[in-house]
Design a protein around this ligand. Sequence first.
Ligand SMILES: Nc1nc2c(ncn2[C@@H]2O[C@H](COP(=O)(O)OP(=O)(O)OP(=O)(O)O)[C@@H](O)[C@H]2O)c(=O)[nH]1
Ligand SMILES: [Mg+2]
Length: 330
Amino acid sequence: MPDRVPWHSHPAMTGGGKSLAERLLDGDRRALARGISLVENDDPEGWALVREVYPKTGRAAIVGFTGPPGVGKSTLLGALTKLERARERSVAVLSIDPSSPFTKGALLGDRIRLTEHFLDQGVFIRSMANRGALGGLSEATLQAALLMDASGRELVLLETVGVGQAEVDIIDHADTVVLVLMPGSGDSIQALKAGVMEIPDVIVVNKADHPLTDTMIREIKGVLALGPSRSWEVPIVRTEAARGEGIEELVDQLERHREHIVAEGTLMERRRRNLMSEVLAIATSRMRRELQASVQADPDVRELLDRVVSREIDPASAAGTILERAQAPS
Ligand SMILES: Nc1nc2c(ncn2[C@@H]2O[C@H](COP(=O)(O)OP(=O)(O)OP(=O)(O)O)[C@@H](O)[C@H]2O)c(=O)[nH]1
Ligand SMILES: [Mg+2]
């Protein structure tokens, strides 16, 4: 197998005319940006691109960061990126904001926190709020992460605010899940207790300059002790992202976790499970679309609905009839 193409290589042999996929595989940042826009907009060209580069994916380490708003996730990613760059690893950051398609404020904040990396070719930063037509945000996120992976990024960092099911789905695409909390926040401990994150692999207590940090850590340990014991003991890392404190320890724990899941075989298991749910999610949304389209074009369905309204047929029986019609060869 050929070596992974380094992000900085710009082979000048072929006289231009390279396809988008080729440029993306060469690590071209603009090709990557374009590719992500295509998948975000559910453009068929985007799906074709992912199809083409998919065999080259699976090499990046994907780490997902989640946690309540304002705990310092973006700042942490900025600090982590800085350290990884000092170690010459290429990084891609994908910030996902599912709460609203109009998150200019939050995203602008993220941009400011990450500006010092803008000129660095080894860093690619992207925000995503668009649901896309097909599948939804979770699917668009995975496609974007795949493109980042294919473009030769060694480390792909996902950021999402952990509040609901959509976020959990997004974070499912990560090999390692980091829950970021901060001291003195009821939100944080609630997030942990409510199992917003099923079980994170690493917990970060950021803003460790806060006087309640030790209390927070004790509380977290208390919550973790209630869970089943596992072969991986969840480390709790204290950081001060704003000052770059504790980031080396975080990198060490991320690496330790990766070694653990590789050695245990859980990395492959996780990826298999995530890809399976991805396939089902895409298939489900396509089927729903087709069904809705066929139903809209069908006058008999309107009549069927009328009969449901007039209490002649119950909703479940009507649904059964619709499914039979949809499955019948036309
Ligand atoms: N005191 C202190 N403040 C910090 C630290 N890290 C980040 N902050 C501040 O916390 C605020 C929120 O930081 P962000 O990085 O935007 O937090 P976030 O979790 O990404 O926020 P959302 O994306 O909006 O959920 C900013 O004002 C940061 O400067 C820290 O270690 N100590
Ligand atoms: Mg943020």
